[in-house]
Design a protein around this ligand. Structure first.
Ligand code: BG6
Length: 480
């Protein structure tokens, strides 16, 4: 089998709030995720007003990486990771978000972590913020509905870009910024942008307002970053779930095309530095009033990203003849009307359609559309692990999921000619699930002894996939 480019970034991906724990250690302030309770497959996570001692908040302790990072980095090094994608917890650096001076203890934690990674030959790939902003900015300012929050974000971004300028080269601004296109989902509005929709408020207008502010914040961070270190590679990060037409019926094809705009709007602006015409028409058609100020055009134009990072877990399909918009919780994925089960693919226990070919399709569509380097910064299989009596975990399904996706990725690189920077599978060590808050939905190649109720020893152990992925990295993708 063909291998990958020599400097291909094989790694793992994580997010501060899902694995660090230490939610109030060393001066860290609460973030929006710290008031989100545990949920389950049929039980939505709830957002509480304050931290209620009667509730269980799984992200507070997570897997306690904050206090165990040296031990965990040793495991990452043993696995042979060349890169680790993680994020900076904004409220470790600015506990409330609107302070003028950062929290030195928070900055020091990431200095120590990045030093530890670099000493072990692991390149840090850093997302500025991954689904968390200081709670104070959400509660007191209304999150990104308020343009003032842009200034607070930019101060945070500048602080960390400057501080780590000699330690980090690869950055991303907002994690899965396009998740909130599903604006009927309260959790997404809250974690993406610190938003609580008011009674009767036009949620779409609200989402685009916050989204515009984030696009401005991202562009300003890119421009500042380039001034700080011209060698920085600063990317965007989006979730990419291709929408297929169920049939060759032109109505299905066109419907799928329109739904794809939900995926493309944010990356279109990040990469092209301007609003796409289909969105401007939508604003006009629906009378959406988005506060685009004079000068914003230039900011966006000057803050285009260098590469596009994206997550890929699944694909979905639409049938123009079926209206599934009223299914509520039993809808296949989120709130897309006409969304249906794709009869050609199987799904995980959490209903995520397993579609390796969709990854090659995605790589090609994104490459054709943008012509900038791509980076798969999340991919993986969330599943329940069975622990054998001797403690071993034979996670063959996870291995097979990743193997099939890497095969398609290889075709995209060597056959199709897509420029791909790396592959950092999600949750390289078991962490708290974002959507459900469970520990049971595991992606890791390293197991963590912790359950949905927060019980367990936190002990780490290697799954079969650990050895398998090590060999994949050592052979640069030749031995799958
Ligand atoms: C992506 C997020 O949406 O998917 C991660 O960037 C998240 O934060 C991942 O954890 C997997 O989702 P889940 O709900 O299975 O953890």
């Amino acid at each position: 089998m063909n291998t990958f480019p020599k400097d291909f970034l094989w790694g793992g991906a994580l997010a501060a709030h899902q694995f660090e724990g230490g939610w109030d250690q060393d001066g860290k302030g609460p973030s929006v995720i710290d008031v989100v309770t545990v949920g389950g497959p049929k039980k939505a996570r709830r957002i509480t007003d304050t931290i209620d001692p009667e509730e269980f908040y799984p992200n507070h302790e997570a897997i306690d990486f904050y206090n165990r990072y040296k031990e965990d980095v040793q495991l990452f090094a043993e696995m042979g990771l060349k890169a680790l994608r993680t994020s900076i917890a904004w409220s470790r650096i600015f506990p409330k978000g609107d302070e003028m001076e950062p929290n030195e203890a928070g900055l020091k934690f990431y200095d120590d972590l990045f030093d530890e990674l670099l000493a072990n030959g692991i390149e840090p790939v850093i997302t500025l913020t991954h689904f968390e902003m200081p709670l104070h900015l959400a509660r007191e300012y209304g999150g990104f509905r308020n343009r003032e929050v842009v200034d607070h974000f930019v101060r945070f971004a500048e602080t960390v870009l400057e501080r780590y300028k000699d330690k980090v080269t690869y950055w991303m601004t907002f994690n899965e910024i396009n998740n909130q296109m599903d604006y009927n989902n309260d959790l997404f509005l809250w974690t993406n942008s610190g938003l609580v929709a008011k009674e009767g408020e036009n949620r779409k207008e609200l989402m685009y307002t916050a989204g515009h502010h984030e696009l401005i914040a991202s562009a300003l961070a890119v421009s500042k970053g380039k001034e700080i270190n011209p060698n920085f590679q600063i990317g965007a990060m989006v979730s990419h779930v291709p929408v297929y037409p169920l049939t060759a019926n032109p109505a299905d094809v066109m419907l799928a095309e329109e739904y794809m705009r939900l995926r493309y709007f944010f990356p279109d602006v990040h990469v092209r530095g301007e609003y796409p015409s289909y969105t401007l028409k939508e604003f006009e058609r629906e009378g959406l009033n988005i506060p685009i100020l004079e000068g914003d055009k230039e900011i966006l134009e000057n803050g285009k990203v260098d590469y596009l990072g994206f997550s890929y877990y699944m694909s979905t399909a639409v049938d123009s003849t079926k209206d599934t918009s009223n299914l509520g919780e039993s809808a296949v994925h989120g709130s897309l009307a006409h969304d249906i089960e794709n009869p050609y693919i199987k799904s995980s226990d959490w209903g995520w359609g397993i579609d390796p070919v969709g990854l090659r399709y995605t790589l090609n569509r994104l490459w054709d559309r943008y012509q900038i380097p791509l980076f798969i910064v999340e991919n993986g299989f969330g599943a329940v692990d069975t622990i054998e009596e001797d403690g071993s975990i034979h996670d063959d399904e996870r291995i097979s999921y990743m193997r099939e996706h890497i095969k398609e990725m290889e075709k995209a690189v060597n056959y199709d000619g897509v420029e791909l920077m790396g592959y950092t599978p999600w949750g390289v060590i078991d962490i708290v699930s974002f959507t459900t808050g469970e520990m049971k939905k595991r992606y890791g190649m390293i197991h963590v002894d912790r359950d949905n109720e927060g019980k367990g020893t936190m002990e780490r152990s290697k799954k079969d996939s650990f050895k398998w992925f090590k060999q994949v990295i050592e052979s640069n993708g030749a031995e799958l």
